[in-house]
Structure formats: C-alpha cells, structure tokens
Design a protein around this ligand. Sequence first.
Ligand code: NDP
Length: 315
Amino acid sequence: MPERLIIIGSGPAGLTSAIYASRSKLEPLLFEGFQEGGIPGGQLMITNVVENFPGFPDGIHGSELMANIRQQAINHGTRTIMEDVTEVNLKTYPFEIKSMSGTVYTCNTLIIASGATARRLPLESEKKLWGKGISACAVCDGALPVFRNKELAVIGGGDTAVEEAIHLTQFGSKVYLIHRRDELRASKIMQKRVLTHPKVQILWNKTVDEFVGENQLRSLKLRDTITDEIMDLEIAGAFEAIGHNPNTKFLNGQLSLTDQGYIKTKPDSTQTSIDGVFAAGDVQDSKYRQAISAAGSGCMAAIEAERWMQERSGM
Ligand code: NDP
C-alpha cells in the first residue's frame, strides 16, 4: 500500500506540514535528511538564538525550537526516517521515493520541503570560526549581544547582502559590505539604499582570504581582486550572503524550477508542476527565507495535499 503522504525535509516547513497532516490523520512519513541538505532540522540548527519566531518572547535556541516542532509532529502521529532521499520518480503514480539505503517507498501525495543550503566560503578558517562571529543569516543572528555597537561585515553583492547590511546597521556601529567586483548585483533600489547609508561602507573588489581569531572572530584578511594587495579589517562579526543553493538535486529535473533553481509553485499555492506534488519552505522561496514563512507554507502544503486527495478520490 502506498503511503498517503510523504514529506521530504525536517526544517520548519516539513515539520509544520507534518503537524497539520498528522492532525488530519494522513499519517505522514517524513524524511529527515542529513547529508545532502545539511542536518535534520535544517538551517535553524546552525543558528544561535531565534528572536523572531512568534511565541518566544525571550528568544529560543534554533535547535531547541526544531526539537520542539519535531516532537509536536511525532506526538500527533508523524513517522520519521533519518535518511536522505536520493531519487524520486514523479512520472509514475503512486510516486516513488528512494532513500539512501536503496529502499523504495510509494506515496499518493508528496510534500517537498528540502530547504536550501546557504553557500559558504570554502576556507579552513571559516569552518573553524563558524558560529563564533561568522553567520550566514543577519536576520537570525545580527541582534545578538556580541555584535552590538561593533564593526561588522557582510560578504556579497546581491539583494541579500544589501538587505543584511542595512539590517545590521540597527545593531553594529558600522557595517562594511565586502564585494568581489566594482558593481553590485542587487536591484537598483537596494543599491541606492546601501550606497547612501551613512553607516555602510562598501569595500569594492575585495575577497576574504582568511577569517582571523582563536575562539572568536577578530578580523578579516582581505585581498584586492585587482591589485592583489592584502589588508586587515578588524570586525566582530562577518555575515556571508553569497547566495543559496536550493536542495533539488534528487528531483533530477522532474519538476519545473525557476532560473535560480527553486521549485516553481502556482501563485498563492504550494502546488508544483506535477499534480499531487507540493513544495514548501526555502526550496521554493528565494524571497523571504524565514522560519516562520517556511512554517506557514508547510501548513499550506499539508492543507492542499489533503484537499487534493479528497478531490481525487475521497481518500
Ligand atoms: P545572488 O546570487 O543574487 O548574489 C550572491 C552575491 O554573492 C553576488 O553578488 C556574488 O557576486 C556574491 N558571491 C557569490 N559567490 C561568491 C564567492 N565565492 N565569493 C564572494 N562573493 C560571492 O544571491 P542573493 O541571496 O543575494 O539573492 C538571491 C535571489 O533572491 C536574487 O534573485 C535576489 O534578487 C532575491 N532576493 C530578493 C530580495 C527582495 O526582493 N527583498 C531579498 C533577497 C534576495 P557576483 O555579483 O560577483 O556574482
């Protein structure tokens, strides 16, 4: 017998869809991947205190929040498998889902909530100081006391980098935007905002050669991409905003994707290009990318999956 609903992904989107679906007695089976797209629980697992998820006036640690949401899903009847999904076959029905162990599962509806992975600079010093002054999310971590009234840096030149730099001006004494070229990729309106912001200084044609510090980031070694000159920049925090890669490799081109590789969904819906397949969270959202918006779209996906099954056959 096929599963009624399989959910791929254990971040806020996947687990929220699991809470809704299990309360609707769909008995969902949820895959918590741990290799391709990061660790179970998603990007919040590598975040410190989450201060913007409603319901926690004093903030909550990202991993604690995810553990709570996971337990809530399990309490309502979600079954979980801690394995990556390596392949899906959406050309057949029921859909086929193959996991890393080689087992093939079948399902009537599928929710893909496999998230996106923030791109990171491939430096040893970055790995060493990750979470100790280096973050990939200014909205999540920027307000932490360690960054207050300190000089901070954002790396990247796209809309995210610009947005993060402006966001950080609320907390830091000064924000450097470090970009590898002499022109921003960000939209014109965002460019204007950052170029005229009194607390932001753009360092053009610079890349990070090294993150410096023992147990906490102290400075950056920057290389000029034109002259090759090296400069030291003392800062208390560095925020990488060099783009995200949506985790869609296992789809093998079976769903329509946007130019940036995100799963395309119908307007105001989580319905993908294949009937019965829904997508929620960061794998389909290049714009908001917040835990709460991911959770919201997970809720939508579960409701849409249930309605789709009812309309199809009264299952
Ligand atoms: P983008 O891919 O648009 O930008 C990534 C930036 O990082 C680029 O400036 C790129 O440089 C730089 N970069 C990439 N790799 C490296 C590296 N190895 N070293 C140094 N710099 C690097 O990603 P974003 O996350 O900014 O945006 C993704 C999408 O989401 C965009 O379409 C954007 O418009 C959208 N978005 C919209 C928002 C809004 O509407 N409010 C907010 C945020 C994002 P280079 O320019 O040289 O390639």
